[in-house]
Design a protein. Structure first.
Length: 362
């Protein structure tokens, strides 16, 4: 594998931080999801429907046993996450675009991971309805400290008004048990005609989600249209406004929605205008970069940078752009077990990069 080292210096109050970017792997076709296994191997999903195991000794092993994936536009094989008890049960979870009557939609499956293949495949969630088009599938998968699985979806772009309706899974965050069954305390489980999996609604296209370590809350960001990317703290049963309340505009430049704030709508805690097209995100809590502890890190696709958001409790107080010198679309972020930061770049010749201090910490 290539071993390209790039050295930059950046200002991260209160101290300057020197870091290097190490290329772990390249020639990845639009990589999307990433997990680090207990033995240090890495799993990478490619949007076209390939799952690769990158071993510590440099081998690139295709993993067999995936279901049929619809590779079109923004759809394909998407996010990956491990069950909290993965070391014992070997459950790998993944989201993907699934074809069916009416078009395609986001689905989530789990399977047991072996060295070269998957077994015991079980599709635990299927987005309803399936629709035409190839945009806005979401999708991030996050386990919370109680073991609930959160699934983020998109509203499939052309069906944006359905994000406000509870009879479908479009533009929603969903909450399930690890086997796909619905928790009995989900907020809409007793609402007539509502999908019982729904945790929150009124979302556009969520490609970043993470658990806030001090509180255990789910935070998520979503793409706006022309401006209006948002960071939200997710609450059970809350309406996040799309497409009624937004800081964005139509792609034509025309105004849209009914304003930036409406009664009964949860307000974002941070907004980007113009859009950066945020994707992966994580709360950094390792010792390798002590100046970044407690920060929220967000990858940007259109913005081609890594954004560090400084926090004061649950409030974002400052923003810093990093890695814009690389001029790459950043799809996914994962904090490595050693405290480094893995990044996937979105391209036909995508890369797996690792951000580490320029001088090793002793």
């Amino acid at each position: 594998m290539p071993n390209l080292l790039l050295l930059f210096t950046l200002l991260a109050a209160p101290l300057d931080v020197e870091y290097r970017v190490h290329t772990v792997a390249d020639k990845l076709h639009h990589p999307w999801g990433l997990v680090e296994l207990p033995n240090g191997d890495l799993l990478v999903s490619e949007r076209r429907g390939s799952l690769l195991r990158l071993s510590a000794d440099g081998r690139r092993i295709p993993i067999e046993g995936l279901p049929k994936v619809t590779d079109a536009g923004q759809g394909g094989l998407l996010d990956l996450t491990l069950h909290p008890g993965f070391s014992e049960n070997r459950w790998l979870y993944f989201s993907y675009s699934q074809a069916g009557k009416g078009g395609a939609g986001t689905a989530v499956a789990r399977a047991k991971l072996h060295d070269t293949h998957l077994s015991d495949l079980d599709v635990i969630f299927v987005q309803e309805p399936k629709t035409s088009g190839s945009a806005h599938f979401g999708s991030r998968l996050v386990f919370d400290p109680q073991g609930y699985l959160f699934i983020t979806t998109g509203e499939r772009y052309h069906a944006r008004d359905r994000a406000q309706q509870l009879d479908n899974h479009l533009g929603k965050i969903l909450r399930l048990h690890d086997d796909g069954t619905v928790p009995t305390d989900n907020p809409f489980i007793n609402f007539p005609n509502a999908k019982p999996e729904i945790w929150s609604y009124g979302h556009r296209n969520i490609q970043g989600a993470a658990i806030h370590p001090p509180t255990g809350e789910l935070w998520a960001h979503e793409h706006g249209p022309r401006g209006g990317d948002e960071v939200n703290i997710i609450k059970a049963g809350a309406n996040y406004g799309w497409p009624l309340a937004t800081h964005g505009r139509e792609y034509s430049g025309a105004a849209m929605g009914q304003g930036t704030h409406l009664e009964g709508i949860a307000d974002p805690i941070w907004v980007w205008v113009p859009s950066i097209a945020p994707s992966g995100m994580l709360f950094y809590n390792a010792a390798l970069f002590p100046q970044w502890q407690g920060s929220l890190l967000v990858g940007a696709l259109a913005g081609k940078k890594l954004v560090r958001l400084a926090l004061n409790g649950r409030q974002i107080i400052d923003e810093q752009a990093l890695l814009d010198e690389l001029d790459v679309r950043i799809r996914t972020l994962v904090q490595a077990k050693d405290g480094g930061i893995y990044l996937l770049t979105d391209a036909e010749n995508g890369q797996l990069l690792k951000l580490v201090p320029a001088t090793p910490i002793t």
